[in-house]
Ligand binder design. Structure first.
Ligand code: ZN
Length: 278
């Protein structure tokens, strides 16, 4: 199923997307609570899908998990991106956090901050945790994933690299757009075979496939779970392929008015318009 959050004239709701329509799901609570209760929602989902629904084009899609408990992202996780970054292939997974306040809707503006104008894109598949877990073996990870969505690990490059710790440069407001909805894990036979693309103003900048992940999704989430309890709704950004603006010669950063499109096979497409922070 495809679980979305959206706004219409009545307010903000959860809904199921099918055939260009959205079917409202009656649930009062947070996205985390809905994901945690998902196994008990099957009859509600079936009932919702039987209804007429609303045209998807008539609603505004919102971030499916607007305020997750945590957002973690892995660095240097596609071989081609490691090469263009001039870095060594890491023997250990490199994790950083993105502030939960950086989460942004799939079609919301992406801000170029007042303090710096070196904003760059990183197309990424995002895994959403479905069940609480600690010390997960790699073979048990799939059962803890609720689903997947499209994300962009938007980055303020100067702030990322002027200190050894990347998190601040990764945490600016609006710099974690996700969506357009969550495709539940049962619809994705293998998350390691999906085409991933990113375009700026229609020009393709990144084009790869999640089969090129250095550390796969199971390894990533197993590793994170050795350190911390993963909880429903937690977001895991799984790495970006080559083609980022900072690796172009000369470097090119996003500017006011640019249109950033990120697409992943089977998961959909998100589109953010770059806007100077006022
Ligand atoms: Zn990234």
């Amino acid at each position: 199923m495809k679980l979305a959050r959206y706004k219409d004239a009545d307010g903000t709701h959860f809904g199921l997307v099918a055939n260009d329509k959205i079917h409202r799901l009656t649930f009062d609570g947070s996205a985390q609570a809905l994901i945690a209760a998902w196994d008990t929602m099957q009859s509600d989902c079936a009932a919702a899908l039987e209804g007429d629904g609303q045209a998807l084009s008539a609603v505004a899609l919102l971030a499916p998990v607007p305020r997750p408990g945590k957002v973690f992202a892995i660095g240097l996780n596609y071989a081609d991106h490691i090469e263009e970054s001039g870095m060594d292939s890491p023997s250990e997974q490199i994790w950083f956090t993105k502030a939960v306040t950086s989460v942004n809707g799939p079609f919301d503006p992406i801000l170029i901050p007042k303090v710096s104008q070196t904003v760059d894109y990183e197309a990424e598949m995002v895994a959403i945790i479905g069940k609480k877990g600690k010390n997960l073996a790699e073979e048990d990870v799939a059962g803890h994933i609720f689903g997947y969505c499209v994300g962009n690990d938007v980055t303020e490059r100067m702030w990322q690299h002027r200190t050894p710790q990347w998190s601040l440069g990764k945490s600016f407001d609006t710099h974690a757009p996700i969506g357009p909805w969550i495709t539940t894990a049962d619809e994705i036979e293998d998350p390691h075979g999906l085409d991933i693309r990113c375009a700026v103003n229609g020009e393709i900048r990144q084009s790869s496939n999640t089969k090129h992940l250095v550390f796969n999704v199971w390894q990533q989430i197993s590793q994170l779970s050795q350190a911390m309890t993963l909880e429903p709704g937690d977001l895991i950004f799984t790495g970006t392929p080559s083609g980022v603006g900072a690796a172009m010669d000369p470097m090119v950063f996003l500017q006011d008015g640019d249109v950033l499109v990120t697409e992943i096979e089977k998961l959909g497409r998100i589109e953010g318009h770059l806007t100077n922070e006022s």
